[in-house]
Write a protein that binds this ligand. Structure first.
Ligand code: NAP
Length: 294
């Protein structure tokens, strides 16, 4: 049976570390880091994510300001709010909850956030900094996955990692991070051929697909480490539940370590957001925001 990588416990440990960092920050600068969270519309899943982020920010001692805009909000209104948050010295991190309603241009909004306050690290400058291994802020979900991998792998160097999915928020930054760790990285996506055979060669599988329980035991090399990013709501036996992209019960006997859903990557993502907000605040106060953003 695979070892369970307990995201909840790891996230709590990271939260406690960030809490200590916030205390030190406030002793040094006489203020606490501030995280602005922007929610447009009333998507129930987004509301839950935002609530959890704000709750965690308060738990670590940061200020967290939630800005709720209506579903029919214009690009101009959102741009204006972001410009105000960019200029506000009490705000060190800005997060716009995605996805945005269809009338809004997501790329333009992300690019409008000051790169040094971009705690999701989706701004083109931060994406470039990640690829060139100069990033101060790293996207939260891939960062959480990497921490979990480090927990179970002494040395990632030379390992073959297969990332399933190539989204801008998970797959691509995950592949960039693993490359930095000297892994041999293969990224597969919906147009890839022979995905199962490619996965069978992997020492590490990162599943970020958004397809419930797609990955089965025969995809997995015995002893591989499996990180399941997927969060999929399904109805089983007339009960609504969350499952990952990996068929956990099927894969657990084959893998050497595996993350559960829920309680795996999800909690680590939020904890990494808190870490990034502290990192951004420290860099802004030290006058050394992301080298490439200044
Ligand atoms: P996304 O933007 O929809 O990207 C999904 C990726 O999977 C795409 O690259 C797509 O390929 C690929 N794909 C789809 N079907 C495939 C198949 N049958 N075989 C191989 N590749 C396939 O999703 P995302 O934002 O990366 O999120 C992925 C999952 O992670 C979702 O379940 C999401 O809810 C979850 N998530 C969890 C967290 C967390 O904190 N735990 C954070 C973010 C996302 P193409 O590019 O060719 O379309």
């Amino acid at each position: 049976m695979a070892a369970l990588i307990d995201g909840k416990a790891m996230a709590q440990q990271l939260i406690d570390e960030v809490k200590g960092g916030v205390t030190e920050f406030s002793q040094r600068y006489g203020s606490v880091p501030g995280l602005a969270v922007v929610l447009v519309g009333d998507d129930p899943a987004s509301q839950v994510y935002v609530r959890n982020k704000v709750k965690r920010a308060h738990e670590v001692g940061m200020t967290s300001i939630e800005h709720q805009l209506p579903d029919d909000c214009s690009q101009h209104t959102l741009n204006q709010l972001i410009a105000e948050l960019n200029a506000d010295p009490a705000v060190h991190g800005i997060l716009v909850q995605l996805p945005l309603p269809a009338q809004l241009n997501e790329k333009e909004i992300i690019a409008a956030i000051a790169a040094e306050k971009d705690v999701d690290s989706f701004h083109p400058l931060n994406v470039g900094a990640l690829v060139t291994a100069e990033a101060n802020l790293v996207p939260c979900t891939p960062l959480g996955c990497l921490m979990m991998l480090r927990q179970v792998c002494d040395d990632l160097s030379g390992k073959h990692a297969v990332v399933i999915g190539r989204s801008n928020i998970v797959g691509k930054p995950m592949a960039a991070l693993l490359l930095q760790e000297n892994c041999t990285v293969t990224t597969v996506h919906s147009h890839s051929r022979d995905i199962e055979q490619i996965c069978q060669q992997a020492d590490i599988v990162i599943a970020a697909v958004g397809r419930p329980e797609l990955i089965k035991s025969h995809w997995i090399k015995p002893g591989a480490v499996v990180i399941d990013v997927g969060i999929n709501a399904v109805v089983q036996d007339q009960t609504r539940k969350l499952v990952g992209d990996v068929d956990f019960a099927d894969v657990e006997p084959v893998a050497s370590a595996i993350t559960p859903v829920p309680g795996g990557v999800g909690p680590m993502t939020i904890a990494c957001l808190m870490k990034n907000t502290l990192t951004a605040a420290e860099a802004l106060h030290a006058g050394q925001p992301n080298k490439l953003a200044s």
